[in-house]
Ligand binder design. Structure first.
Ligand code: ZN
Length: 130
């Protein structure tokens, strides 16, 4: 199962928790759910969805990875996006309990867009552990 996410900025985050949750089978008592973004310039993070923190994540990625000066830029000019996305990685796994994501109180699944605006595809795979 998969869904698409439209992003509206070059570097931004989008909360996809509900869209992942909708794809968890309600009859799965115990298992694991993996969300996977099928791109090399976006990642997934499990973090608090708090507007200032989301801004901090963007600043953190900008500060950590310079915009230019990378070898891959000679090809398509977006090495910074690849490098920023690789810091979070393409997937997030969450335990399933009683047909729902067993996230902590302040945990959300954030898509970390590093080369937007774009439409991103996220696949959701659940494994029933019974
Ligand atoms: Zn590239």
């Amino acid at each position: 199962m998969a869904f698409e996410v439209s992003t509206d900025d070059r570097l931004t985050t989008v909360d996809v928790t509900d869209r992942v949750r909708e794809r968890v089978p309600g009859d799965c008592e115990s298992g694991v759910c993996t969300a996977f973004v099928e791109h090399t310039t976006a990642g997934l993070a499990i973090q608090e969805n708090e507007p200032r923190l989301r801004g901090d994540i963007e600043s953190f990625l900008r500060d950590l990875v310079p915009d230019g000066g990378h070898a891959h830029d000679e090809l398509d000019g977006n090495a910074d996006s690849h490098l920023r996305a690789s810091l979070y990685g393409p997937s997030a796994s969450v335990p399933i309990r009683d047909g729902d994501l067993a996230l902590g109180t302040w945990q959300s699944i954030l898509l970390v867009e590093c080369d937007g605006p774009r439409t991103r595809r996220v696949s959701v795979t659940t494994v029933d552990g019974r």
